[in-house]
Design a protein around this ligand. Structure first.
Ligand SMILES: NC(=O)c1ccc[n+]([C@@H]2O[C@H](COP(=O)([O-])OP(=O)(O)OC[C@H]3O[C@@H](n4cnc5c(N)ncnc54)[C@H](OP(=O)(O)O)[C@@H]3O)[C@@H](O)[C@H]2O)c1
Length: 285
């Protein structure tokens, strides 16, 4: 299911009087703050952030006007929704520190890769309303692809609040928690696959005689353009491909090379193998 809420002030009403807290204001925390403000969901004064790095807090305060705290507990005590935007390695320490303050009046949203909701509940020693989200790096430029899975105590209102946050930094889909490994294999790792394609197309252009900056510009815009063409027309990829594949023309010759080299199968296997790896890492954690 593709959900589009939150962009350009939509969803602002449901946040009325609510406070959004971030534990960890690093790359992803910062991107979400930027998106939420850009979407007009909340005023900067309704966003609270804690981080171990004083320098990072100073930056976030100066850049976005949000309220900053050295203590994670202060953020929890003054927020309705708390996003855990810390690395999984510090999860246990952070949760131990806030477990006395977190309760049913909160919604905890975890973006920690590979950390199961059950693990969070087990460290907290109780089950509170929780939602787990897997975003990806294009969220940093507000073009992310996130997948969200609700915990058993999350209400429909909680779900809508979380959807509004992540649709402020791109697109959001909702899945069962067990499918988050597949999400990791596809959209989590996916930007790296597409970047590899852009690099390879650029090298191909250089091989064919184009100056590298020109080849890169063309490869980058072709990738952006093809994605936008498909997203905006809603047409099937095969129909769009057929439109540029004239009989005996250049494109069908290029496609034959990709198909006979197994490009399609390689991408499928990349997603499948990354999914399996995510499952393995989740078991270790
Ligand atoms: N970046 C992505 O594309 C992406 C995609 C999917 C999921 N995620 C998940 O998002 C989470 C955050 O990733 P990120 O890239 O934003 O990491 P990050 O840039 O390292 O941000 C984490 C922030 O938390 C701070 N921190 C460390 N210990 C803390 C503590 N005890 N209390 C409060 N803050 C603390 C860190 O400070 P120091 O740097 O000083 O330690 C840092 O500023 C991770 O769990 C990751 O798995 C990220």
């Amino acid at each position: 299911m593709l959900v589009q809420v939150g962009r350009k002030g939509k969803g602002r009403n449901m946040w009325s009087g609510k406070k959004l807290g971030f534990i960890g204001g690093g790359n992803m925390g910062g991107a979400l703050i930027k998106g939420v403000l850009k979407a007009g969901l909340l005023e900067p004064s309704s966003i609270l952030v804690s981080d171990v790095s004083g320098e990072r807090l100073e930056f976030l305060s100066a850049e976005f006007g949000v309220r900053t705290f050295k203590s994670n507990v202060d953020v929890v005590n003054n927020s309705d929704v708390v996003i855990l935007a810390i690395k999984p390695q510090v999860m246990a320490t952070v949760l131990e520190g806030i477990k006395g303050s977190v309760g049913d009046k909160h919604l905890l949203v975890s973006i920690m890769a590979g950390v199961k909701l059950a693990t969070i509940s087990s460290v907290l020693g109780k089950e509170v309303p929780m939602i787990r989200v897997m975003p990806n790096t294009p969220a940093l430029v507000l073009e992310g692809a996130s997948a969200l899975a609700c915990g058993s105590k999350a209400t429909d209102e909680h779900r809508k609040l979380a959807l509004s946050i992540f649709s402020a930094v791109g697109e959001v889909v909702e899945v069962e928690e067990k499918l988050l490994d597949a999400v990791t294999g596809l959209s989590g790792s996916g930007p790296a696959y597409i970047l590899l394609v852009i690099e390879a197309l650029t090298d191909g252009g250089v091989m064919a005689g184009l100056p590298r900056p020109t080849a890169l510009k063309l490869a980058l815009q072709t990738t952006l353009g093809a994605a936008k063409l498909m997203a905006e027309t809603g047409l099937h990829s095969a129909a769009l491909k057929d439109q540029i594949t004239s009989p005996g023309g250049t494109t069908i010759y290029g496609l034959e090379v990709l198909e006979s080299g197994g490009a399609r199968g390689l991408f499928m296997r990349a997603v499948q193998t990354a999914t399996k790896r995510s499952e393995e890492l989740g078991k270790k954690g």
